[in-house]
Ligand binder design. Sequence first.
Ligand code: NOJ
Ligand code: CA
Length: 679
Amino acid sequence: MRLVKYVLALAALVLAVPAFAQAKTATVESPDKVLSVSLAIGPEARAAYTVSRNGKPVIAPSLLGFLFTDGPQFARDLEITDVAHSTFDQSWTQPWGEWRTIRNHYNEMRVTLREVNKLHRSIQVVFRVYDNGIGFRYEFPDQPNLKTANIAEELTQFSVAEPATAWWSPAFESNREEQLYNKTPIAEIGTAQTPLTLKTASGLYVAIHEAALVDYSGMNVAKVQGGLLKAVLTPSSSGPKVSRAAPFPTPWRVLLITPDAPALYMANSLILNLNEPNKLGDVSWVTPMKYVGIWWGMHLDTQSWNSGPKHGATTANVMKMIDFAAANGFKGVLVEGWNVGWDGDWFANGWTFSFTQPYPDYDIQKLTAYAKSKGVAIIGHNETSANIAHYEDQMRAAFDLYQKLGITAVKTGYVSDAGGVQWRAPDGSIRYEWHEGQVMARHHLLVVTEAAKRRIAIDAHEPIKDTGLRRTYPNWVSREGQRGMEYNAWGVPKNPPKWESELVFTRMLGGPFDFTPGVLSLKGRGDTDILSTIAKQLALYVVIYSPIQMAADLPENYAKYPAAFQFIKDVAVDWDDTCVLNGEVGEYATIVRKAKGSNDWFLGSVGDDTARTFDVTLDFLSPGKSYTAQIYRDGDDADYHTDKRHSIVIETRKVKKGDTLTIALAPGGGQAIRFKAGK
Ligand code: NOJ
Ligand code: CA
């Protein structure tokens, strides 16, 4: 009798459990069924996901899970207790960007994983599957046995199914994000930063990155063996790499998966789609612009940040720069070295900086008023030497002052060796942190939101990597995060000719880069040569996207090249549309963009150190319109190796939609075109 009762009770239990509780595999496809993602419970009841494209594996079974510093790992003895599917398809408009409108179309699968053992902790894994990539993240629900997640490591794997070539930048090196890329077989990756770009043996392009890095530590990836990579979170001085009270989501782990390199770049809007919509409300005060500044002279070492005979940020110099900006249509003047604290070894610690007190030879009131009278804004500069303890003490008062003075954008800087961020811990002690850790994820959003309260835009140098947060905080207009033009002043080595065509398909997948192009003199410190032609400098304004773009060279150098300078004056900085016409990682890239609210298009093409010729079809132009193509091309003898790097031909042609243009790039060269719409 007792046995019968037991069997009946068991049968009732089995019937009461929904069918999915038995599921060992859950699957979701992208809207057009290009990509498919499965999550399965495998040996030792571990959870692994796979990704395939048109039925072919791209990511072989890859484990998921966590190590904690104060509890057992969440990695085995797992069951799927719930699977929920949904679909989303909406378009949204950017206040500024590479595209005015972005479609967000994905299928979502939310899988609840629960431990079968006695802790019964559960974590949800949410997949968003697009036709050109996927995002997935973990969501920690509030639960008795996991109140605070003290994460020692994230156990996410990326098992790349095919052999592949990788472009990767080493993580945890002293120069932070400013490292040249290694190009190696995947099996030779060490520990890499993301974005990490792969080209597989069958010709697929895959990029591993993350989206919405909020209150969490940045993810790097390390090679385990063969094509197997695993997440390595950036450490923290506090012990756990991440500490968060539940409920909370992790950032999205992103895989862009496309059939060619141009499509890989175009897929970067997926990262924006995985970020939350604008949280700032009206951001009409965030204005894309071109700017000039007291800057290149310091990098050339003909001027100085610090006080003394070479001081760059003097009232007289800045007045002249404001006049230059106003005369040439630039809306901003960046001034570095205006504030006290640069004397001595500023790189060493950052404790000396004041963010409100100008040097005596810099009349901040007079200059901001003068700029305003000329329709120009001063761009503030806050070099922190990565001492965020000191910066956070002063930042609010500084932003109050800037708002009063009409300074609407601030370039921040975090120069220090990797691991050199100084942070004040809750116990008041100063601790050392990494630029990509949880502390810095929090710090950057604190700066951006405090700045937003005062209608100030932020351009962060030596930043945390870009994971698309500009969608949520549109005043975070740009950042650095790789080797920009400054390396052409003093870098050892300088940026190589292939650099920008590599950046397009690597760093630029993350978002805008304040690269500071346009050094038409092509000279670095001590009269050394920059490895570029003059036409390539122009092309960079289209190829390297940023809503704030500097004309970095000295005014006296622009005076020597007035015809080429015209393109810098004409080129737009905000766009309705963007298209990549061609490209290969580290070889060449041709991008066209339609100026916001105008029928004009701009083209930029950059190459590497070999000469190259190709045709492009002008299919992007509007039908029935005639355009004047103002072409800035490498001269027939142009060559970055020789004294012909300034050889340029500027010519015009009438063109229309469907016409073909032949583009010839010199070694180290480029081409820039403005398509000016006629009637
Ligand atoms: C490094 C930045 O990238 C550069 O633009 C700036 O001039 C220096 N730091 C000084 O802050
Ligand atoms: Ca830098």
